[in-house]
Design a protein around this ligand. Structure first.
Ligand SMILES: [Zn+2]
Length: 325
């Protein structure tokens, strides 16, 4: 098969509409370029008796400016992107919800956007269809935190639940923060868009249940408090048949930046210092325990391992068809 230069170079920048500035809506972003955009991406791997199906929701290219990493000069950020062979003027953000088959139940971890996202997203539902799974057959959706890229997909644009039979499980700490009446009534500017989305999503029509940290959300899936990115940000330990997977949600945004440089703070981390401490703690745990990991914003299929590398770490993606160690 011949691969033309055009195919190889197709990851360029498309013009796109200006989007809202809430995290995950990728302010001013454009869709990822063809040919990857629009094609469903589905990758399934085993964790003991459980299976994990990574669903490529799609992605956006976000214009990179000095505000994205709050505590590093732009040229250093661009150098890190260049070192990872990524574009330096725009910044790729992808989204990967996971469908777990766990104890006979179908459990989605984070919801993507459904039909409510920026151009270039919505692939998770196409991926589910490709995997032969009807949205009505999803038993539970477990949410890691309330940023739009994780919750918007709970409902469609017309307000109907995307997964009509699913129990929606949300972190207690996250619910307490975002659903606070005072904050809702008097939203700080920086949270206005996000609070509106939370209200629209959780205002009614879903079967919502709150879960605490350090307990099983469902048999085999334990909630781990990893706050900082948001006040109730949660990661998960999936355990089955003597195997495990750490589902680390958004403790880092793109690994080429924040795994390589764990001290850097993305604009989306609501409490930068707490997020940094959480990131260091989790990355050390992952590297030293050689734990298989999944991140929502790592390149698809968004799973692999963490290795120590100098003062930082390195994300080592899984190899297609090879079981996670
Ligand atoms: Zn996110």
């Amino acid at each position: 098969m011949s691969m033309t230069r055009r195919t190889l170079m197709a990851g360029g920048v498309l013009a796109g509409p200006v989007l809202a500035s809430a995290p995950g809506l990728a302010g001013g972003g454009a869709a990822l370029a063809a040919p990857a955009a629009g094609l469903p991406g589905v990758y399934r791997y085993a964790v003991g008796e459980a299976s994990v199906t990574a669903l490529h929701e799609g992605g956006v290219m976000r214009p990179l400016d000095a505000s994205f990493v709050r505590n590093a000069p732009l040229p250093e950020v661009q150098a890190a992107l260049e070192q990872a062979f990524l574009p330096t003027k725009t910044f790729p953000t992808t989204f990967t919800p996971l469908l777990l088959t766990l104890g006979g139940k179908r459990v989605l971890v984070d919801a993507g956007f459904a039909d409510q996202g920026p151009p270039g997203t919505g692939g998770a539902l196409r991926g589910l269809a490709l995997a032969g799974i009807d949205p009505g057959a999803v038993d539970a959706v477990v949410i890691s935190h309330f940023h739009p890229d994780h919750i918007l997909g709970l409902k469609r644009k017309d307000g109907t639940p995307t997964f009509p039979n699913a129990q929606v499980l949300v972190p207690e700490a996250e619910w307490r923060f975002w659903m606070d009446d005072g904050r809702m009534a008097n939203p700080p500017d920086a949270l206005k868009t996000n609070l509106g989305i939370v209200q629209k999503t959780f205002g009614g029509g879903l079967k919502v249940e709150r879960y605490p940290w350090d307990k099983e959300v469902l048999p085999g899936l334990t909630a781990l408090g990893t706050p900082g990115h948001t006040p109730g940000h949660t990661s998960f330990r999936l355990e089955s048949g003597g195997r495990r997977l750490l589902i680390a949600s958004d403790i880092t945004n793109h690994p080429a930046l924040f795994v390589r440089h764990p001290d850097w703070s993305a604009i989306f981390d609501m409490d930068a210092d707490q997020a940094r401490a959480t990131r260091h703690r989790m990355l050390a745990l992952m590297a030293d325990g050689r734990a298989p990991v999944a991140f929502y914003h790592a390149p698809f299929p968004a799973a692999g391992h963490i290795a120590r590398a100098g003062a930082g770490y390195e994300f080592v993606p899984l190899q297609w068809g090879v079981e996670l160690a």
